[in-house]
Design a protein around this ligand. Structure first.
Ligand code: MF3
Ligand code: CO
Ligand code: CO
Length: 270
């Protein structure tokens, strides 16, 4: 999500304006997180050359409804954005994030695509995304995808009580840049729970020992976007689609993560 569109929320347990989820709420987050991961498992074999991103959207939408959930992205309209028209985001090649599904966008051999899903189940959001290879992408594309996944995992591994938000970003940035890729600055991870996008913001770059201190019960996404070229981005005229300024490739992975008493729990696993 953009830096601007995070809204604070009211909820019983908080620390410095950041919601701390109860054991009962974490259980709800586990349920919806698992559902989100299973949706990506369902979509994986459908990603093939010749398939349109609209077909993926429509199958995802039906799957979400048939599991008693609704999509958080469909009609989502934060400040300065028109309502998002998709049940999922489909971001292909130079699209960094928030790609809009379209019947005109047919996947072709060599594409890389991020599918980002956020079902809502019993009021709680599960937010996760993965990359999928269409046919046989270039070695560079495959390396970008692998490095992005590992960068996310290294960010997640920093999560424990007492660690700081800056530790997460530093771990991601160090690994990305050591592999010759850049980290998108203007889009961040975010607190998630009853609200889709809330505090804290989780930048995917930064300095160790800086930023908000993590506490058990905090739940947020870690969703690094890595670029083949520079980290600069631009918005398309639809005011949603974010692309690389240099039109080179971008990749993203996302998990929703809870801070536990002794570390972290990834909530968006199948
Ligand atoms: N799921 C995205 C995220 O990770 C947000 C998508 S909002 C949409 O924060 F409207 F573009 F779908
Ligand atoms: Co997402
Ligand atoms: Co997110």
């Amino acid at each position: 999500m953009n830096l601007q569109n995070l809204s604070p929320t009211a909820s019983p347990a908080q620390h410095r304006g950041i919601v701390l989820l109860s054991a009962r709420e974490l259980d709800k987050m586990r349920q919806v997180g698992k559902l989100a991961a299973q949706l990506l498992d369902y979509l994986e074999p459908l990603v093939q050359p010749g398939v349109s991103t609209q077909e993926l959207n429509d199958k995802a939408d039906r799957w979400i409804k048939s599991h008693g959930a609704v999509s958080a992205t469909l009609g989502y309209a934060p400040a300065n954005h028109p309502p998002f028209p998709g049940a999922i985001c489909t971001s292909v090649n130079e699209v960094i994030c928030h790609g809009i599904p379209s019947p005109k966008h047919i996947l072709k051999d060599g594409d890389i695509i991020n599918i980002d899903v956020t079902p809502i189940l019993e009021g709680y959001h599960g937010d996760t995304s993965r990359m999928f290879l269409v046919g046989n992408p270039s070695a560079t594309a495959r390396k970008l995808v692998e490095v992005t996944k590992e960068a996310m995992m290294r960010g997640i591994a920093e999560v424990k009580p007492g660690a700081r938000v800056g530790d997460i970003g530093a771990a991601i940035q160090e690994y990305a840049e050591a592999n010759g890729f850049s980290v998108v600055r203007d889009m961040v991870g975010h607190g998630v729970g009853r609200v889709f996008h809330t505090e804290p913001q989780i930048p995917h770059f930064g300095q160790r020992g800086t930023g908000v201190k993590l506490r058990p019960g905090m739940v947020f996404t870690i969703e690094p976007m890595l670029n083949e070229g520079t980290y600069h981005l631009k918005f398309l005229r639809d005011r949603w689609t974010v692309i690389t300024k240099d039109k080179k490739l971008s990749a993203q992975y996302e998990h929703t993560v809870a801070v536990t008493e002794d570390g972290f729990e990834i909530l968006t696993l199948p």
